[in-house]
Ligand binder design. Structure first.
Ligand code: SAH
Length: 427
């Protein structure tokens, strides 16, 4: 979601005539997009901001824009005091305050309006490449903003606001224009993406929207994330199974495999309901890959309860697990009501246990790809190898001197490991 938000800022700045600077220190405008979903993300954001301080001291004209969940949707944030050298604060998904600031500055400062027109993007973790028009193969479109499902641990609804689906009349032209600029793969985003349109009865369902987007000529692949188990309809599974451009790839967080922990998280389903759903997805969509999110060390999680999560993952053998150690977020229900009583050490042990299990599971799943021929969408060249993805979203590297950028080509898989595969182009 943050990457999508950064792309949006980049387009807004390019429309104002700003150009992307790959060297952060050379930029005149720096956008720092922040995440607060866990304490570690928040600390990284603050760390990145601190690294900008010397540059700002040297060049007071430098515009620093802090954006995203650290700012949140409520305007009255105490961040001005904490970070006085930040010029503009923007809520998630909204380039508005920065654009407004720059327009005002350009009116008042003729020299800046002429010369200070390079921007750079940063987020908590990495320097974002920015919207290099015609260079990106894969793009994101948020279709649902915010979230109204109050999982007890989660800060996102507080920072991104209530659920709001975007009208199809906005989404479809956006997708068309991305494809016209060379994008081959679009991933539709939402905190609970399978609830698309539920807040606005006149909107199509996600399945219908996928059908409509499938008609865009030149678009090769469609994905959507993240789904919530309770909203995964048969109609949506049918769409994934039958629409050739919609990839067989479902991201559906489980969070925990223990019913008491799930209830404490207020996820709204049981471990068995999750299990049944995985079976159903696998029956309906051949060769589907299923990714999940897991939180270990939720307040009160006993060793036996953790074991239930471990056992469920051992049984289900999912394609990917996005793992997190529970991190209390200020103002959330779990932070206020439940002591963070699983020790750091214990959280790490549980984390590593699942990491090890998942490494084995992925090694096993990937081994099935060996000697198969799979259509790969190529993204970019890293050293000598082109990086691409299977329909199931697995990473494949291929050595080639040709320009494979944005092409979908059949690849013969020659080696597989837990995290990626190697292959050769089929002549
Ligand atoms: N809306 C999606 C994903 C949201 S954030 C969903 O709820 O399914 C991505 C992931 O971060 C979550 O799935 C969860 O696993 C993790 N996460 C959220 N809040 C967290 C917290 N307080 N501590 C640790 N992990 C958390």
């Amino acid at each position: 979601m943050n990457e999508a938000d950064s792309d949006r800022v980049a387009s807004a700045l390019e429309r104002l005539g700003y150009t992307f600077s790959p060297v952060i220190e050379e930029a005149d405008v720096i956008v720092l997009n922040t995440c607060v979903v866990r304490q570690s993300a928040e600390e990284k954001a603050v760390g990145r901001l601190t690294t900008l301080l010397p540059t700002k001291r040297q060049r007071p004209d430098l515009v620093i824009n802090m954006m995203g969940c650290m700012v949140g949707i409520k305007g009255d944030n105490p961040l001005h005091k904490r970070f006085p050298y930040v010029d503009v604060f923007s809520p998630p998904s909204d380039p508005g305050p920065l654009v407004e600031f720059l327009i005002q500055r350009d009116i008042q400062d003729a020299e800046a309006a002429e010369t200070a027109r390079r921007y750079a993007l940063m987020d908590s973790d990495l320097t974002l490449p920015g919207l290099l028009v015609g260079k990106q193969v894969s793009g994101f479109i948020p279709i649902v903003y915010g979230c109204s499902h109050a999982c007890t641990y989660c800060i996102i609804p507080y920072r991104r606001g209530i659920e709001k689906s975007r009208p199809p009349e906005e989404i479809i032209p956006e997708a068309e224009s991305m494809v016209a600029q060379g994008i081959k793969e679009i991933t539709l985003l939402g905190q609970i993406v399978d609830r698309y349109g539920k807040d606005e009865p006149s909107y199509p369902t996600l399945a219908k929207l996928l059908e409509r987007l499938s008609q865009i000529e030149g678009l090769e692949r469609l994905r959507f994330l993240t789904s919530h188990p309770n909203w995964m309809t048969d109609e949506l599974l049918e769409a994934v199974a039958t629409l050739p451009k919609v990839m067989p790839h479902i991201e559906i967080p489980n969070q925990a495999g223990d019913d008491q922990v799930l209830a404490n998280m207020r996820r709204g389903y049981t471990a068995n309901q999750y299990r049944q759903l995985v079976h159903k997805i696998r029956e309906r969509i051949p060769n589907v890959s299923i990714a999940t999110d897991i939180i270990v060390g939720f307040p009160g999680e006993t060793a036996a309860q953790f074991q239930n999560t471990f056992d469920l993952l051992t049984e289900l053998r999912l394609d990917m697990v996005h793992l997190a150690r529970y991190s209390p977020r200020k103002g959330t229900v779990s932070e206020r009501m439940l002591p963070d009583d699983v020790s750091e050490e214990e959280k790490w042990q549980r984390f590593r246990a699942i990491e090890r299990l998942q490494g084995e599971v992925m090694r096993e799943i990937h081994a099935r790809y060996l000697s198969q021929t799979v259509p790969i969408l190529f993204e970019e060249k890293e050293k000598k190898r082109w990086k691409g993805r299977t329909p199931t979203n697995k990473l494949v590297f291929v050595e080639s001197a040709d320009d494979l950028h944005g092409k979908v080509l059949p690849v013969h898989i020659t080696w597989t490991g837990p995290w990626s595969m190697l292959g050769e182009l089929v002549e």
